[in-house]
Design a binder for this molecule. Structure first.
Ligand code: NAD
Length: 479
């Protein structure tokens, strides 16, 4: 059985309970994890609280060195960790490896920034007085992580937190605890002081809820569904905890008549079907200008036909299973709703057939046309391999329809006209706009949403600010 890591020690749940982790490709048990509850979460929070003062006082250089040593420890197990991630999450094993490498890149980025955190000196109107602006770590942070990119999305929280001098309790999604448990253990093996980085597994409504409710936790970094995010705001927000919320998205992509079609086709196909469509920044609505609509859609269908569905451990697989049975049922219900309202299935729209698919939660890559604006696939987030395509008159109609959404995470525009690109970048209501590029998150760039996609930013130097308090100090020079 995998173990949690609390106060510098491997730990089972205080209750002794465990639960099984299921492989979404085969239905088999991958392993088991401790079923932690409030008491386990409290023990981890207490440990993080006890460790905070000393960690905050540790030099930035030493904090960075410890993060770097942790990175080395994880790198040594990269092949085994990649297979484990595929077995519990479902994605192709090459993508698992890329996810862990991305995590390591992000941790390295924040290790580098630790020693660059600085405040300032402020001259005041009375020249016998001056001000100092101090940047100090916020305190104990709860890092609540979803199952779609369990490792990178842990890193976007743990990296800046440790660099800033905060201590952390990680709460992975219940269905993807195993790789996280091992990575937290490896990061600790590099010599982090006990209690600086803890991990507790168990139900979100119990372990996560304790993180939201416990007054010792000063900051919550949450990634997950918008609905859960609303709950996080109501509970943790009422305690004035510092919050960042990385929530759902329904990212539009707009293709103009002068865009590079071959590159855009790859971006649409990878952008929608990567991780079996289970990405917050996936292309979830594709708007194509009418003069090139037919040509684009025909070529897109050719690309989609080449996507191989299968177990993520097989080298040929491009599309693993959906992560859970419920996730697949939700996608099927959303497609059925669209079809009932008049949408046409251009490809897919069903489960793949064959013995190898029977036990897993597989679904064929699907493209829908003629989807009305009131269909669920337009109004809601679709977290699966379904791409609705829409014909629009021009860029302006594309922008207007792109903005007709409760979400505002990512978006992209394909055009060689810089004037149009700039107009789109300014007018699209989203935290991120990619011009002539795949929707992809960079550690160097701030990432986050507007509207129901949340607030606050992860990635980039900007993310560090959310782990730091700004303290103003006014000093009168003694006479
Ligand atoms: P989820 O909201 O169901 O769960 C996210 C995390 O919250 C899990 O660890 C879960 O255990 C925990 N949780 C559940 N109830 C809780 C509670 N009451 N208190 C505290 N924690 C609780 O989301 P999910 O299904 O795991 O993830 C998919 C969602 O995440 C999608 O909507 C996706 O768009 C979003 N997402 C957003 C981003 C982003 O950067 N904006 C990135 C990845 C995923």
């Amino acid at each position: 059985m995998a173990k949690m890591f609390i106060a510098g020690e491997l730990a089972g749940a205080l209750s002794g309970q465990t639960y099984d982790v299921i492989n979404p490709a085969t239905g088999e048990t991958v392993g088991s994890a401790p079923k932690g509850n409030e008491s386990d979460a409290r023990a981890a929070i207490d440990a993080a609280d006890a460790a905070f003062a000393a960690w905050a006082d540790t030099s930035a250089e030493s904090r960075a060195q410890l993060i770097l040593k942790g990175i080395d420890a994880v790198k040594k197990e990269l092949p085994e960790l990649s297979v484990l991630l595929t077995r519990e999450q479902g994605k192709p094993v090459g993508d698992s490896q890329r996810e862990i490498e991305h995590f390591l890149h992000g941790m390295n980025f924040y290790a580098g920034l630790a020693s660059k955190i600085r405040g300032s000196y402020v001259p005041l109107p009375d020249n016998k007085m001056y001000g100092m602006v101090l940047k100090q770590p916020v305190g104990v942070c709860g890092a609540i992580v979803p199952w779609n990119f369990p490792i990178t999305l842990m890193g976007t929280k743990v990296g800046p937190a440790l660099a800033a001098g905060c201590t952390v309790v990680v709460k992975p999604a219940s269905s993807t605890p195993l790789t996280t448990l091992r990575i937290v253990e490896l990061l600790n093996s590099a010599g982090l002081p006990k209690g600086v980085l803890n991990v507790v597994t168990g139900p979100g409504g119990v372990v996560g809820e304790e993180l939201l409710q416990n007054p010792k936790v000063r900051r919550i970094a949450f990634t997950g569904e918008s609905k859960t995010g609303q709950h996080v705001v109501s509970v943790a927000g009422s305690q004035m905890k510092r919050l960042t919320l990385e929530l759902g998205g329904s990212d539009p992509m707009i293709f103009c008549e002068d865009g590079d079609m071959d590159k855009a086709l790859t971006a649409a196909s990878v952008g929608r079907f990567y991780n079996c469509g289970q990405a917050c920044l996936a292309v979830k609505r594709l708007y194509i200008v009418e003069s090139v609509y037919d040509q684009f859609v025909e070529k897109l269908l050719g690309k989609v036909a080449k996507l191989t569905v299968g177990n993520g451990l097989e080298k040929t697989t491009r599309l693993g299973p959906l992560h859970t049975k419920a996730q697949r049922e939700e996608i099927e219900a959303q497609i059925e709703d669209a079809v009932t309202r008049g949408a046409r299935v251009l490809t897919g729209g069903k489960r793949p057939e064959g013995a190898q698919f029977e036990k897993g939660f597989f679904y064929s890559p699907t493209v829908l046309a003629d989807v009305p604006e009131d269909a669920r696939v337009v109004k809601e987030e679709t977290f699966g391999p379904v791409l609705p395509v829409f014909k629009v008159k021009d860029l302006d109609e594309g922008i207007a329809r792109a903005n007709n959404s409760m979400y505002g995470l990512g978006s992209s525009v394909w055009t060689k006209d810089l004037g149009k690109a700039r107009r789109a970048a300014e007018k699209i209501e989203a935290g991120n706009v990619w011009i002539n590029s795949l929707h992809i998150g960079y550690d160097e760039m701030p990432f986050g949403g507007v509207k129901y996609s949340g607030f606050g930013r992860e990635h980039g130097p900007e993310a560090l600010e959310y782990y730091l308090e700004t303290k103003g100090v006014v000093i009168a020079t003694p006479e």
